[in-house]
Every structure is written in structure tokens, then in C-alpha cells.
Design a protein. Structure first.
Ligand code: A3P
Length: 295
């Protein structure tokens, strides 16, 4: 397999190939009408990207398909070492340069590492956060199926690594807090996975308002249908099944795994939960940022 230890980028643990590509990412030239989708991993990135892709295509699934090469939202800091099929560019930046405006861009970067150009051009940003207990469980399964990660070991070990920020993209706490604190300065809409689960229609309306777009009810209904967990799970353009199995092995755990809130309850022991709660309280102290651990 291609499992290897993570490298470090300005103190943030990250895949070595991404670190090799960093100079290009740092110098990335955003355009004023780029929309940035920012998340900590496993927080609903793919879901939010699919919603925005549908909004950008007026809810027309066929148009999304026709645009195949630009269909999947480019991943800014992505850099592969040749595991990706030859037809697709090996770097997110390369793909973005070929993408016509208005572009959607996704990133997992913590706010302090975001290339300066996004701020300079005044780009809009949509951030989506998810409660850390579900994130760590989702991440644990993702570490198992996505072979660019080191072996996660037992859940107990992975929980420690997560709490200590020793996983790809570093500390969840710093990530969600860092972006939260920037929401005044930037044109930033801060969303929560749990809200999207509870009332996707309301959240999609929030997004439309933020983008200054008006769409008819029928389009909203189409977007909601197409981006439901069930539909996305069977959509090869969204479920990562076209990735080579040397990179993502869906037989270990599907990318579209459960798509619910509160699955952590099926995994945490009582002791692990108490320890996690204490750690959470310490690391979220003084913040008005608040998470629902289930819906
Ligand atoms: P689970 O592992 O808990 O199922 P990301 O895209 O940031 O990697 O996040 C992946 C998580 O989002 C997975 O969580 C996945 O199932 C969930 N997800 C993807 N599409 C979804 C949808 N349409 N509705 C709800 N959850 C979704």
C-alpha cells in the first residue's frame, strides 16, 4: 500500500505530497468571484460541495454531468504522486487554473494557512463545522479506507491522536475556532452539519441568500433531492467510488458511510466519552462557538 507517516507544514500534520506542492498553493491566485468551501476533514465537505455545484448549475443534474471535467469541486491543496488516473491533473491548483469562472474551490486548510489571495480578492467563504465526536469517528473509518493515511491503530489510540491534534490538518479545536474568529473580517457564512441534517431546506436558503441568488421552489426541491445521503451514496460523481482502490478501499468502509449525527454513541465507551467531554470543555473555554452532539 501507499501508507506513510504525515509530514508537517508550519506545525500542521499533512500528507507529504501536499507539502511538496505547497509553494504552488501558497502562490495561488484567487479570482474575485471564487467561492471557497472550507471545512475540517469529515465535516460534510462533499455534501456542501454537491449542494453548491447544484446551485451553480441551477439544479440541473444533466448540466453537472456534461461539465464532467469540472464537475467535482477542485481541492485547492491536493497534490498526488501519480496515483490519480492520467486524465486528471495531479494538483488542485492545475485544475483550478483550467476551470472557468465562477469557480468553486474546496480546502481543509486552517485559516492561518489560507493563501493570502483569497482575502485580497475579497472572496466569499462558506465554512461547515461538525461536532467533534462524530468527526473523530468518521475520520477513524476514513483513515482505514483512504490509504494515504498512516495506520490509525485502535480507536483508543486514534482518539488520543485526534485530541492532541496529531492527525491530518491538525487540531479540530484550533480549526473550528480559527475560522469562527475570522467570520467578522471575511465574507464568511459559518454553517453546521447538524443544522444541515435537521433542516436542509433552511440551510440551502441561507446559502442562496448569502450568494445573492434567487431560485424557484422546484429547483430547491431538486437540489435537496439530489444531495440527500441516499442519492449521493449511489452517485459515482459524489461517492468517490471511481478512485483507484489502492487509494480508497470502499470494502473497508464506504466513503458515504452513515451520514448521521450521533454515531459516536455506537463507538465511545463511557470512560472515553467522559475524557473527551473534559478535553472539549478545556479547549472550547472562552468561545461562544457551540456544538450539538446529536440531532
Ligand atoms: P460519516 O462517516 O459519519 O458517515 P467529508 O465530505 O468532509 O469527508 O465528510 C464525510 C462525511 O459526510 C461522512 O460522514 C459522510 O457519510 C457524510 N456525508 C456525505 N454526504 C452526506 C449527505 N448528503 N448527508 C449527510 N451526510 C453526508
Amino acid at each position: 500500500g501507499c501508507r506513510e507517516e504525515l509530514g508537517s507544514l508550519h506545525g500542521i500534520p499533512l500528507y507529504k505530497s501536499f507539502i511538496e506542492g505547497w509553494p504552488q498553493v501558497e502562490a495561488f491566485q484567487a479570482r474575485h468571484d471564487d467561492l471557497l468551501i472550507a471545512t475540517y476533514p469529515k465535516s460534510g465537505t462533499t455534501w456542501l460541495s454537491e449542494i453548491l455545484d447544484m446551485i451553480y448549475h441551477d439544479g440541473d443534474v444533466e448540466k453537472c454531468r456534461r461539465d464532467a471535467i469540472f464537475n467535482r469541486v477542485p481541492f485547492l491543496e491536493m497534490k498526488s504522486r501519480g496515483h490519480i488516473p492520467l486524465s486528471s491533473p495531479s494538483a488542485g491548483v492545475e485544475l483550478l487554473e483550467k476551470t472557468p469562472s465562477p469557480r468553486l474551490v474546496k480546502t481543509h486548510l486552517p485559516v492561518q494557512l489560507l493563501p493570502a489571495s483569497f482575502q485580497e480578492k475579497g472572496c466569499k467563504v462558506i465554512y461547515m463545522a461538525r461536532n467533534p465526536k462524530d468527526v473523530v469517528i468518521s475520520y477513524y473509518y476514513f483513515y482505514q479506507m483512504a490509504k494515504m493515511h498512516p495506520d490509525p491503530g485502535m480507536l483508543a489510540e486514534f482518539l488520543e491522536a485526534f485530541m492532541n491534534g496529531k492527525v491530518a490538518y491538525g487540531s479540530w479545536y484550533e480549526h473550528v475556532r480559527g475560522w469562527w474568529e475570522k467570520r467578522q473580517e471575511k465574507q464568511l457564512l459559518y454553517l453546521f452539519y447538524e443544522d444541515m441534517k435537521k433542516d436542509p431546506r433552511r440551510e440551502v436558503q441561507k446559502i442562496l441568500q448569502f450568494l445573492g441568488k434567487e431560485v424557484v421552489e422546484e429547483t430547491v426541491a431538486r437540489i435537496l433531492h439530489h444531495t440527500s445521503f441516499q442519492e449521493m451514496k449511489k452517485n459515482p460523481a459524489a461517492n468517490y467510488e471511481t478512485m483507484p482502490s489502492s487509494l480508497m478501499d470502499h470494502s473497508l468502509s464506504p466513503f458515504m458511510r452513515k451520514g448521521i449525527s450521533g454515531d459516536w454513541k455506537n463507538h465511545f465507551t463511557v470512560a472515553q466519552n467522559e475524557r473527551f467531554d473534559r478535553h472539549y470543555q478545556q479547549h472550547m473555554a472562552g468561545s461562544d462557538l457551540c456544538f450539538q452532539m446529536e440531532v
